[in-house]
Design a protein around this ligand. Structure first.
Ligand SMILES: Cc1cc2nc3c(=O)[nH]c(=O)nc-3n(C[C@H](O)[C@H](O)[C@H](O)COP(=O)(O)O)c2cc1C
Length: 350
């Protein structure tokens, strides 16, 4: 049977109307003081649902007060933040679209000016290169986390995940990509720890492993997606020396926990990994029979071909979903798709 991006799909006993996913995208429109989301944000997600998105993955949502990397980032660690997300899930569910909350901690990619005077945290006390989004200050040297603090953050993931369920989300995505906190543990360059959270790859994956273990207690395991990437937002030249070894070790953790969804994040779906002839998706598909969400500069034709060839099960669009709230309608009708315009898109939410 041939499949298209418009064929339905079952994910964690949720029936998706089609294979089209709205990729997680930080927009910076939450209340900076409270971390709550408002009706404008509910309307923004609601519109993409009304026009038929199969699944929406929200922007990164902070799991605690030190998890934010810039201004206007929503949270899901207080009661009022949790309630505010109900506006979004209610709006989206009116149209039968499903929605996952992306749980996020930026670790060292932040600044005390964003964190109410607190230093950013990371596995080791090493500053990132580059500048804090919107603030344009260089990244600060982070505080190295004590073991007690690590366990407390793991607990915060569980609380955030439970709050996400209370807010009416259908599932969650753990953001373990792009050089943020979980990735700072996985990356040998940013994790110089000598304890059980550093050193071997197995140890560096322990933080992710323990987060999944806790989160699984409050979210059905087949509704947990894990986002992984070689690319780091603060280190454009970063390369996995042994991509296959990393991917296999990640799959081992996911298999142990019976996690069924991966979302390998790349700039361009077709690009091979820097040290491997294959792309990250190919590598996952070779060893992974469960759901893969494809992403990265995918156009409509490419999306259909990915699904047809079973290279992935779902196709996520990022920037095109910002410039075309009615992307699914346009894809179905083969209408013009408007290109993403960075300047306009960062100043208004529509
Ligand atoms: C404005 C913007 C914000 C983004 N924020 C996030 C985010 O919060 N979490 C995340 O995992 N990826 C984020 N991304 C990456 C996207 O999810 C996606 O992987 C990327 O845009 C590539 O897909 P595309 O070529 O279809 O846009 C963001 C991308 C953009 C353009």
């Amino acid at each position: 049977m041939t499949c298209s991006i418009f064929s339905n799909y079952n994910i964690g006993n949720l029936n998706l109307d089609n294979r089209i996913v709205m990729a997680p995208m930080t927009r910076g429109f939450a209340d900076n003081e409270t971390g709550e989301v408002n009706y404008l944000i509910a309307d923004y997600y609601g519109k993409r649902a009304r026009y038929g998105a199969g699944l929406i993955i929200t922007e990164g949502i902070a799991i605690n007060e030190l998890a934010k990397g810039t201004f206007g980032i929503p949270g899901i660690y207080t009661h009022s933040q949790t309630l505010s997300w109900q506006k979004v899930t209610r709006e989206v569910h009116q149209y039968k679209t499903k929605i996952f909350a992306q749980l996020w901690h930026v670790g060292r990619l932040s600044h005390q000016k964003v964190l109410g005077g607190h230093a950013p945290v990371s596995p080791s006390s090493l500053a990132a290169n580059g500048f804090v989004h919107r603030l344009r200050h260089p990244y600060q040297t982070p505080k190295s986390l004590s073991k007690q603090e690590i366990y407390s953050i793991i607990d915060d993931y569980k609380i955030a995940a439970r709050n996400a369920m209370e807010a009416g989300f259908d599932g969650i995505e753990i953001h373990a990509a792009h050089g943020y906190l979980i990735d700072q543990f996985i990356n040998e360059k940013t994790n110089l720890r000598k304890d059980e959270f550093g050193g071997s790859l197995k140890n560096r994956l322990r933080f992710l492993d323990l987060i999944i273990k806790q989160v699984k207690k409050v979210v059905p395991k087949n509704r947990i997606s894990i986002r992984i990437s070689e690319k780091k937002d603060d280190d454009k030249d970063y390369t996995w020396e042994q991509p296959e070894e990393i991917v296999l070790a990640i799959i081992e953790v996911l298999t142990k926990h019976k996690i069924k969804i991966v979302h390998p994040s790349v700039e361009n779906y077709d690009y091979a990994l820097k040290n491997d002839k294959r792309s990250l998706h190919e590598l996952f598909r070779q060893y992974w029979d469960h759901t893969i969400i494809a992403v990265g500069n995918i156009d409509p034709d490419k999306g259909s071909s990915i699904i047809n060839k079973k290279q992935a099960d779902l196709v996520a669009f990022g920037q095109l979903f910002i410039s075309n709230p009615d992307l699914v309608i346009r894809l179905k009708a083969k209408q013009e798709i408007f290109p993403y315009n960075t300047k306009n898109q960062l100043t208004c939410l529509n």
